[in-house]
Design a protein around this ligand. Structure first.
Ligand SMILES: [Zn+2]
Length: 269
């Protein structure tokens, strides 16, 4: 589920889990070519396999903690926590390489914020004593720079749970809380708009008008049938789950400024 709001100068995006990779990649791609300053990244990287060698190859000295299963003592997850108080400083190119190499087998739950000068597109650096941002190139000072590329992601994937605390939430409230998982902001440019629509709403491109203010996309998975593996595999519960084929449909509902469109995709995984 994802919501994109387009205003005159910026695009503000809120999404549920698993959109954070594509949003991070689009943000990095949208940074100007001339932007080569290092910026602070924090957050969490989680994976079932050890990704630290890849990070070392990129010159990032970040360790991962091994989370072991209490019963079997086998490593279940590798977790790298980058505290916002001691972030890692990276260039755009390093971040793009990191995303490309890790996004298929890691959860990259990252945060960063980049401000650029509205006059010369250089990096704006925070002057803590003056509480102002100053352009590293032309020296202009601004309290709150207008050109912002930022992403904030919650630090752990949502757990599948059926339990609900307190008053049951309405569909609208559920939606609103789900799209808080990842929040991103970037300047509203033709290329950003094109990249976002191509990546996120590729099956609706014919329906989307050239001018709109808000797009909301909801994905509903319906599993109709489970095809179980042969009996001899049923003793191993992990393998059993892995070998079970899910058949169903994915219903995608797109809302463009209140006009709804729908597609249904059949799947078997
Ligand atoms: Zn400047």
């Amino acid at each position: 589920m994802i919501r994109l709001k387009f205003s005159k100068s910026k695009i503000v995006i809120g999404s549920s889990f698993e959109y954070e990779d594509i949003l991070t990649i689009i943000l990095l791609k949208e940074l100007p070519d001339s932007f080569d300053a290092e910026f602070a990244v924090s957050g969490k990287i989680i994976s079932g396999s050890d990704f630290t060698p890849t990070m070392k190859n990129l010159g990032l000295d970040l360790g991962a903690t091994q989370k072991k299963d209490k019963e079997t003592n086998k490593v279940q997850n590798y977790v790298c926590n980058i505290n916002s108080k001691s972030p890692v400083w990276v260039t755009k190119d390093t971040m793009i390489q990191l995303m490309n190499k890790l996004h298929t087998n890691c959860y990259l739950l990252l945060d960063f914020k980049i401000y650029l000068c509205s006059e010369c597109a250089s990096n704006m650096v925070l002057d803590r004593t003056k509480k102002l941002y100053r352009c590293a190139s032309c020296g202009i000072e601004q309290k709150k720079p207008k050109v912002e590329y930022s992403i904030t992601t919650k630090s752990s994937p949502p757990r599948p749970t059926t339990k609900q605390k307190g008053v049951p939430k309405s569909e609208k409230q559920k939606l609103a809380s789900k799209i808080k998982f990842c929040q991103a902001t970037m300047p509203n440019t033709d290329s950003a708009k094109k990249l976002l629509l191509n990546e996120i709403t590729s099956d609706f491109l014919d329906e989307i008008p050239s001018n709109f203010k808000q797009i909301e996309l909801v994905n509903n998975y319906h599993i109709n049938n489970l095809v179980f593996p042969p009996k001899e595999l049923r003793k191993n519960s992990k393998l059993f789950r892995k070998m079970t084929i899910r058949e169903g449909s994915l219903e995608r509902i797109l809302d463009v400024d209140g006009n709804c469109f729908e597609t249904v995709i059949q799947f078997k995984i």
